[in-house]
Ligand binder design. Sequence first.
Ligand code: UD1
Length: 422
Amino acid sequence: MDQIIVTGNGELSGEIPIAGAKNACLTLMPATLLSEEPLTLTNAPRLSDIRTMSTLLQSLGAEVTSLQDGQVLAMSSHDLTNHVADYDIVRKMRASNLVLGPMLARLGQAVVSLPGGCAIGARPMDLHIHGLEALGAEIELRDGYLHAKAPGGLKGATVEFSFASVGATENVLMAATLAKGTTVLKNAAREPEIVDLATCLRKMGARIEGDGTSTITIEGVDRLSGATHPVVTDRIELGTYMLAPAIAGGEVECLGGKLHLVESFVEKLDQAGIDVTETDRGLKVRRRNGRVAAVDVTTEPFPGFPTDLQAQMMALLCTAEGTSVLEEKIFENRFMHAPELMRMGAQIEVHGGTATVHGVERLKGAPVMATDLRASVSLILAGLAAEGETVVSRVYHLDRGYEHVVRKLEGVGAKIERVKAE
Ligand code: UD1
């Protein structure tokens, strides 16, 4: 299994191109199931999660062709031949559950294995099920699979989510585009990926209003057409690379970055002593002189601080002046990077959903283990400013969500290499 070796190498400078958003692409791809006509996505990221979704869609009978080195995905669901999303594919990635709503809407039936994915908490599907049932679906769990059907077709309804779940909002939103009548989603998630999905669905002929707010209204239509859509910038990859000069010092411009995607994150960076300016090409990030200051962070649904940047932010705060408190409010088990950072000399206490980080002057390189996608990149970031060599194992987690991580960091002066381990 591969390892990534990072050696602290001083300040960084240069540009890092930011890819299209993994999480947007993973919900835009199943949207192809809603239409007989082709859906083409541009600005797609080159990631193993995207390949997993391609395999899943192909197993259902969709055609998925990867063009231009994977940046363009040409899809067609003219003939769907199967309505069973198999455990062997679904277990690799939780986002596989996003085929449920579209399949149900298009075929009137779907059988989807309960998903796997990152080991960061229970991540049940009750909100997805509740929303689809409100639209008239009958769903039961048998042998680890959700068996869903809507014999008379789906019907518009008002769905109030008890929590603004991203995946449940996406699943029910897609299903509602082909339901009869009006659906109103209350307490819907407001993430930019939802807005991107709604924008693409509108191009396909869906009638949707209110995306980006907590109330989304969908007027069902009989059929959707094809479309071509560019995937929105990955705000999590953006935030991750913004932390590279914040941790190592120097100045880096993240190409394609937009302030409105990362406002709550930038607010915390500013408090920590990091300057961010929007240019016509992206976001320029520079650490002010001296050590960063401690800041408290609470993860929340968008527009709050994203849980997917919590691990990376912790890597920054490990060397801040003072004590920072990080509260994780989205997933119950998302501090697995803390013991790994402690192997590098970080001083962290975890109690339930709260981590208290006492900043130290400098971290020291160590062998560490990636435990999930965002945790793995936090260890690489920490290694950028650590003394000596940090060897990160289990980097397959990283390949799920970061394309060309070595090339991108090398491009701004980091000393980093990927090696084949015995
Ligand atoms: C998406 C993102 C993930 C991000 C998360 C929160 C994708 C592919 N993944 O995941 O990277 O970390 O949003 O921003 O877009 N929950 C329930 N019942 C449900 C659904 C969710 O209790 O039916 C809970 C989960 O266990 C979790 C919380 O709600 O504690 C947030 O989950 P959700 O917003 O659904 O995240 P995902 O869509 O899985």
